[in-house]
Design a protein around this ligand. Structure first.
Ligand SMILES: Cc1cc2nc3c(=O)[nH]c(=O)nc-3n(C[C@H](O)[C@H](O)[C@H](O)COP(=O)(O)OP(=O)(O)OC[C@H]3O[C@@H](n4cnc5c(N)ncnc54)[C@H](O)[C@@H]3O)c2cc1C
Length: 398
């Protein structure tokens, strides 16, 4: 029987849950993260989209609808949360760069541009201009990377292909962890007569020691180098997730991964414990407060039945468009589908509205009115609401 009572139990180990966990652990609180599986972050580019339709994403927050989660957090706290994120990543093998007040446009594997705000340092030079030369390095039979699209969009470009003897991005990234492989790759690159300009390659620069690999190759070639995120699952997203999870563990946090919640205990308006299903004995996790960060439909935090939408852990009330026929626009390939507004409504203390619990908080893409696709605010909103929910949770438990 687990007799520890954690200060906070976070349900869901995605960007929002891990940011809430890190914020609370950083304040000396005992924290457990309970997660059914790996989060959406592992499918992402690893870039932090804050609000893509404005040059200055922070300044754009005031013009969002009043019920958007960013409006509840407020510009100042959004900014503080992003600074905290940058600080956490600084001391790791996946440091981030960028200015929280300015968006940038990075190159995609299709040769188009993606607007984002904070990027892994390996993408610092990915904001390309048509007048500069870009040399694309590709790999024999690599999946999910299309250098031909890039070179056809950029007149001033060229490409070379290296044989890594493996073809998936994950396998190539693993090869970059080998010193001998890197030596061979660098020697091959030096032998190419690459004109002055930038060198770009798919995001395969390692899995664990990316910062050191990037520094070594940049130093040897003495040219600006950058990674281009590949299609999901992409290495930068995986690196980001693993770095946050390991940082939390290194701070003394507890993690219960890969198990379902089988029951919830409550006493009056207090949640007391969760029980995790197990093949052998069940695990009971007690907490003074709980933060729900189980994500949206992709991760199963929300579940769409025929005419209703359910929250899976507590059965909380959900804001949803009334009839199923109004969930989607006729043109599916546009943003702003009504279903994107579905989720849990929270008050200014990040407690779910109309829920009977005083020690439950919620954050991340499970929140109503987030419209992550429409506003391009995925990780940014997860970071900001995770941070804000942690602040409210801390006020409650102290
Ligand atoms: C394909 C794709 C690419 C994206 N790319 C980008 C990008 O490049 N940049 C960007 O900023 N945003 C991107 N986004 C959006 C962004 O990834 C998400 O908005 C954000 O990561 C959501 O974080 P979250 O913590 O709210 O939820 P999630 O990442 O969904 O995490 C929820 C976690 O809760 C767990 N969970 C669910 N149910 C339970 C349960 N019952 N019990 C315990 N645990 C549970 C899940 O296993 C999961 O680990 C992308 C989204 C997708 C789908």
């Amino acid at each position: 029987m687990n007799r520890v009572t954690y200060d906070a139990v976070i349900i869901g180990g995605g960007m929002s849950g891990l940011m809430a966990a890190l914020a609370l652990a950083g304040k000396g609180k005992s924290v457990a993260v309970v997660s059914k599986g790996d989060p959406v972050c592992c499918l992402s580019t690893g870039c932090i989209d804050v609000l893509i339709h404005e040059n200055n994403p922070l300044a754009g927050i005031v013009s969002l609808p009043e019920n958007h989660p960013y409006r509840l957090v407020g510009e100042e706290t959004v900014s503080a949360s992003l600074e905290m994120f940058i600080k956490i990543m600084r001391g790791t093998q996946s440091p981030y760069c960028g200015d929280t007040g300015t968006n940038r446009a990075i190159l995609t594997p299709m040769g188009t541009k993606k607007i984002t705000c904070l990027v892994p340092r390996t993408m610092e030079f990915a904001d390309c201009h048509s007048d500069e030369y870009i040399h694309i390095i590709s790999f024999n039979n690599i999946k999910d990377f299309y250098p031909g699209y890039i070179t056809s969009s950029y007149q001033n470009s060229g490409r070379s292909i290296f044989n890594a003897e493996v073809t998936s991005t994950a396998a190539i990234a693993e090869r970059f962890e080998e010193e001998e492989f890197r030596r061979e790759f660098i020697a091959w690159l030096k032998d190419r007569d690459i004109p002055d300009g930038k060198i770009a390659l798919p995001a395969v620069l390692g899995t664990r020691t990316t910062g050191s690999i990037y520094d070594e190759i940049s130093h040897e070639l003495a040219k600006p180098i950058f990674e281009i995120p590949t299609l999901p699952p992409s290495m930068p997203g995986l690196r980001l997730f693993r770095t946050l999870k390991n940082t939390f563990l290194n701070m003394g946090g507890s993690i219960y991964w890969g198990r379902d919640i089988s029951s919830v205990e409550k006493l009056g308006t207090q949640l007391e414990a969760l029980t995790l299903s197990n093949k052998g004995r069940a695990t009971r996790i007690q907490g003074k407060a709980f933060i729900l960060a189980t994500g949206s439909f992709v991760s199963g935090g929300l579940y769409a039945a025929m005419d209703s939408i359910e929250e899976r852990v507590f059965g909380l009330p959900i804001h949803m468009p009334e009839e199923r026929k109004h969930w989607f626009k006729e043109n599916f390939f546009t943003t702003g589908h009504a279903i994107e507004k579905a989720g849990i409504q929270v008050d200014s203390s990040f407690r779910p509205v109309d829920a009977p619990y005083e020690n439950l908080f919620a954050c991340g893409s499970i929140l109503a009115f987030s419209e992550v696709m429409k506003y391009g605010c995925g990780h940014g909103m997860a970071i900001a609401t995770g941070f804000a929910a942690a602040q409210k949770c801390e006020e409650y438990i102290q």
